[in-house]
Design a protein around this ligand. Structure first.
Ligand code: ATP
Ligand code: MG
Length: 183
């Protein structure tokens, strides 16, 4: 970027709260697409995934090779199916503490909270504490939130909300999740 361009970029910079919700496929994919774009601009990005701790996802494998990208998967080895709810809660809470610190620290240009709505749904994280972390974020920090059933107060606070609507999904034809497409 020229000095002029970077001054322009800085002047126009306002950190957004972006929510990808709904039942259709594409929420996490959309967030990761933005991460890809931002890394290309030399921005610093953090992704905190609130589920799939024991899954090796393609994004997690690729993230290990990328500088400028902090990638945290919370509660490795735990699933929402676990009957040890207190352990799940502890893992989700630890994830949230890390995420909140990444947001507040201001070193990251973008912080993605992937699937955090599930932790809200289970009551592991209070809606109010998430909203407080968003409101208190440094002015330049973008926060991207994904997950089904985003609560109304979050939608109200957000600058950008996209609801993914499923028109068709191969799952309905019995097609299981596929590597590189779904994980
Ligand atoms: P992706 O990570 O592929 O962008 P997503 O974040 O929108 O998907 P999640 O609710 O996180 O969706 O669910 C992830 C998994 O659920 C993926 O394997 C995805 O293919 C599958 N999925 C998403 N939408 C649907 C749907 N409408 N019906 C069935 N399965 C779905
Ligand atoms: Mg997802």
């Amino acid at each position: 970027m020229s000095a002029e361009e970077s001054a322009g970029a800085a002047a126009g910079r306002r950190g957004l709260v972006i929510v990808y919700t709904g039942h259709g496929k594409g929420k996490t994919t959309a967030a990761l697409g933005m991460v890809f774009r931002a890394l290309g601009r030399g921005m610093r990005v953090a992704v905190v995934q609130f589920i799939k701790g024991k899954w090796k996802t393609g994004e997690r494998l690729f993230a290990e090779t990328l500088p400028n990208l902090t990638f945290l998967v919370m509660g490795r080895g735990f699933t929402w199916e676990s009957d040890d709810l207190s352990r799940d809660k502890a893992a989700a809470r630890a994830a949230f503490q890390e995420a909140a610190a990444l947001i507040a620290g201001g070193e990251q240009d973008i912080v993605v909270l992937d699937e955090i709505t599930y932790a809200l749904h289970y009551g592991f994280i209070a809606e109010d504490e998430l909203l407080a972390a968003l409101r208190a974020r440094p002015a330049h920090v973008h926060v991207v939130i994904t997950g089904r059933n985003a609560p109304d107060a979050l939608l109200a606070l957000a600058d950008l909300v996209t609801e993914m609507r499923s028109v068709k999904h191969p799952f309905e034809q019995g097609q299981k999740a596929q590597m590189g497409v779904d994980f």
